[in-house]
Design a protein around this ligand. Structure first.
Ligand code: 5GP
Length: 248
């Protein structure tokens, strides 16, 4: 079956995430990410259904994955199959999450007692061990290498790709008068013959980013839900309109 086959459809459920599900396809090299309307915060303690969030995130993530791929970052994303299903390369997820920060907020503000909103002199790249049971603790790169979670060269590639993603996203949001405060990325390994490559996996969405409207400081991201700042569905619809110039 060719890559452009329209016949990719969801097979066995491989992984049940908080806002997404991952399904097998007939092709062992490809999976489908299905975006649901589920929202969780505080490692699943707070839960809600947010109307159309899955559709909005599926389209926004595709839009940004294409942008960063065009900038030379290899991505697992291939194409959207419909409003909620995304065809991606099957990857072996590296259990090290990368957070890039341009402005102090959230975890960094809490940890160091810094005021939210303080601009950082350069992008700060942080690493977290992907573990729900441990609440994704912060680690450094030596820990990841020593414990076998990632190779040094993989971490170097992740670092370089994360900064490139930051430049692409920052330029885009800047044009819309929105500050990209921080965001989280996940990477995976794909085999190409006997070699392994690192690719950007998962999603690029307002669920995993902080986006602050420059003129008002208004939050246009999942903190609206985490911090009870308003209606997340309305916020995401508004963000969608600014990105695509039309309503969902
Ligand atoms: P913080 O460490 O300040 O809580 O989060 C930093 C950035 O990474 C924020 O943009 C936040 O949305 C994102 N982030 C960190 N961990 C997660 C996570 O487990 N899920 C999601 N959706 N985003 C995360």
């Amino acid at each position: 079956m060719s890559l452009d086959s329209p016949e990719f459809s969801r097979g066995a459920l491989l992984y049940q995430g908080k806002a997404k599900q991952v399904y097998a396809t007939h092709d062992p090299a490809r999976i489908i990410i299905h975006y649901t309307d589920g929202a969780t915060a505080f490692n699943g303690l707070k839960k809600a259904e947010i109307a159309d969030k899955g559709v909005i995130n599926c389209r926004i993530s595709a839009f940004f994955m294409e942008k960063v791929a065009a900038a030379g970052v290899p991505v697992a994303f291939e194409r959207n199959l419909n409003d909620r299903d995304q065809l991606c390369l099957a990857v072996d997820i590296i259990p090290v999450e990368v957070v890039v920060r341009n402005v102090v907020a959230g975890g960094l503000a809490r940890k160091l007692g810094l005021p939210e909103g303080q601009k950082l002199p350069a992008p700060l790249v942080e690493h977290f061990y992907k573990s729900d049971t441990l609440n994704d603790p912060q680690i450094n790169e030596s820990t990841a290498v020593l414990l076998g979670w990632a190779k040094a060269w993989e971490l170097r590639a992740m670092h370089e790709y994360s900064l490139r993603v930051n430049s692409v996203l920052q330029a885009f949001w800047n044009e819309l008068g929105i500050d990209l405060v921080d965001f989280k990325l996940e990477f995976g390994r794909v085999s190409i013959g006997s070699a392994t490559a690192v690719v950007l996996a998962d999603e690029i969405t307002p669920d995993g980013s902080r986006l602050w409207e420059r003129s008002t400081g208004r939050h246009l991201d999942k903190d609206v839900f985490r911090r009870d700042l308003g209606d997340l569905s309305e916020t995401y619809r508004e963000l969608y309109k600014r990105v695509f110039g039309k309503t969902v």
